[in-house]
Design a protein. Structure first.
Length: 286
């Protein structure tokens, strides 16, 4: 049975703060990037911290030992790519050195995934929102409306590629066709090499030989775009509709979404009855 308290060098009555500090010292000492680092001890210290920093896991460990995770279906233990909720903020003052305390989960993810952590998700444009007022009768029967929205949209000439129509693509010289560039960050655990999406080719590894004259190779530009909105019957005052992929565009990525808040204008003469009808519709689930 593994003795997590002994691994961290603390006693069984140690506070969370003492456990945190003990893990910090060991992580700094055994990080594999250091000259005298030890990957096995680095992982072992993390495993111990994952359990002892969590009140529930710690209680089960104290009762059943290090095999408790098998009894509970795999809870606790070493988790590749993450360091639980370990918060290094308490060491930022007086810790010494010019280190990057940014997102420690990203730092550990970079280490365990070869510096590729957090770079696999698809790029996505911003969500946008607008408001629309409709009549009471339109809210009952439904209506189709067209509105103009000024937003970042795909270039109509190159369809978002950034290339002049008919031109060929070539390997990006910035990332050498890899789609990513590596950078070295100095952290509390030593120098961490990580990768980020190449800003020049936006991760594709290719750039056009000739840029689109309309968007200058950006692939998107800010312009007014006409949007057709189909408002269904029975829409309620204050309800918000969502239109997928109608938000702002981004080159080589997915467009965001458009949210439309509906305001129903109810004539004063029938406002009381109109509200009653709306309530009846809500009760019927319409």
């Amino acid at each position: 049975m593994k003795d997590y308290y002994n691994i961290l060098g603390v006693n069984k009555k140690a506070s969370k703060d003492e456990i945190k500090k003990a893990f910090y010292k060991l992580a700094q000492k055994y990080h594999p990037d250091k000259k005298d680092g030890n990957e096995a001890k680095f992982k072992e210290a993390n495993e111990a911290y994952q359990v002892l920093s969590d009140d529930t896991k710690r209680a089960k460990y104290d009762q059943f030992g290090s095999g408790f995770e098998n009894m509970a279906g795999g809870a606790g233990g070493y988790q590749q790519g993450g360091f639980g909720g370990f918060d290094f903020s308490g060491f930022q003052n007086g810790g010494g050195g010019d280190f990057d305390f940014g997102n420690l989960n990203d730092i550990f993810s970079d280490f365990f995934t070869g510096g590729m952590g957090g770079q696999t998700g698809q790029r996505r444009g911003r969500d946008i929102s607008t408001e629309m007022q409709i009549s009471f009768s339109d809210s009952i029967l439904g209506v189709t409306r067209k509105i103009l929205i000024k937003k970042t949209s795909k270039c109509s000439v190159c369809s978002g590629t950034g290339a002049k129509p008919g031109t060929t693509m070539q390997k990006c010289k910035t990332c050498n066709g890899q789609g990513q560039v590596r950078e070295v960050r100095r952290t509390i655990l030593g120098n961490i090499q990580s990768a980020k999406i190449c800003d020049y080719c936006t991760g594709t590894g290719e750039v056009p030989k000739e840029f689109c004259s309309n968007c200058k190779g950006v692939g998107v530009l800010r312009r007014e775009e006409e949007i057709t909105i189909q408002i269904p019957s029975g829409v309620h005052d204050g309800e918000t509709m969502k239109m997928n992929g109608v938000g702002e565009a981004i080159k080589n990525g997915k467009s965001g979404d458009l949210y439309i808040k509906i305001s129903v204008k109810i004539p004063s003469k029938i406002s009381k009855r109109a509200k009653e009808l709306l309530e009846e519709l809500k009760k019927e689930g319409i």
